[in-house]
Design a binder for this molecule. Structure first.
Ligand code: ZN
Ligand code: FE
Length: 261
């Protein structure tokens, strides 16, 4: 089984999971990069997974379904082009003999879902999570339809996954995210090392993704908003008192990132 990010638009990734002669794609905002990848490797498209309704994640769904007959799985709490199989927390998406667990991760959009594929010890495959625009490497999505409390709970859900989970995000935002992360935690040595690693990947035109969840827990300020270093930085930046609730701190951290240049 192979996992590859197909670049689309300026900075989107359409994730493709290949198993033998068949493939699954996640969040095809554009059909053409998928058609090209299928043709290159002589693959048949078995299924399309959609994390949320934004056009840069769904724009290619109809053309791909009509051309290939692939089954579409999407969020029950949002409307995407019918027909599709609506999924929410506790549901599963089954395709290519793989069984994806579904989590609700609202915040970026109201009905955003994640697809989690547990480890396959038999084939030595680490777990995989497709988290759309909720968790990015070094950052998190903007809160468009939900609340900071929802986004924090969604990130907590993702942060509870195993350390070696491969984190498959919807965008290559890593370097910009890490610049902000360093402003929050200038003394974080893991962050310094990870930044150098990602800068060298980008210098060679290589995706920084998938990331690993264990790495994200060490470097991503949005998974670290309860750490003393992050707490202190946010309190000082946003003039919060020592008694500020954790969701207030998280909201202020997200706001700081929105305003960061
Ligand atoms: Zn989005
Ligand atoms: Fe997006």
């Amino acid at each position: 089984m192979t996992l590859v990010p197909l670049p689309a638009f300026a900075d989107n990734y359409i994730w493709m999971l290949q198993n033998g002669s068949h493939a699954i794609v996640v969040d095809p905002g554009d059909a053409q990069p998928v058609f090209d990848a299928l043709a290159r490797a002589h693959l048949q498209l078995a299924a399309i997974l959609v994390t949320h309704h934004h056009a840069d994640h769904t724009g290619g769904v109809v053309a791909l379904r009509e051309a290939t007959g692939a089954q579409v799985f999407g969020p029950a709490g949002e409307s995407i082009a019918e027909p599709y199989t609506p999924l929410a927390r506790g549901d599963h998406a089954e395709a290519l003999g793989l069984r994806f667990e579904v989590f609700d991760i609202p915040g970026h959009t109201a009905g955003h879902i994640a697809f989690f594929l547990p480890a396959d010890a038999r084939h030595g495959q680490a777990p995989i999570v497709f988290c759309g625009d909720t968790l990015f490497s070094g950052g998190c999505g903007r809160i468009f339809e939900g609340t900071p409390a929802q986004m924090l709970a969604s990130l907590d859900t993702l942060a509870a996954l195993p350390d070696d989970t491969r984190v498959c995000c919807g965008h290559e935002y890593t370097l910009a995210n890490l610049r902000f992360a360093r402003a929050v935690e200038p003394g974080n040595a893991d962050l310094t090392h990870y930044t150098a690693h990602c800068e060298s990947l980008r210098a060679h035109g290589t995706p920084t993704l998938p990331s690993q969840l264990g790495t994200e827990r060490r470097i991503n300020p949005f998974l670290r908003s309860r750490e003393a270093t992050v707490l202190q930085a946010v309190r000082a930046q946003a003039h919060l008192g020592a008694d500020a609730a954790e969701v207030e701190v998280f909201a202020a951290l997200r706001q700081w990132k929105n305003d960061f240049r």
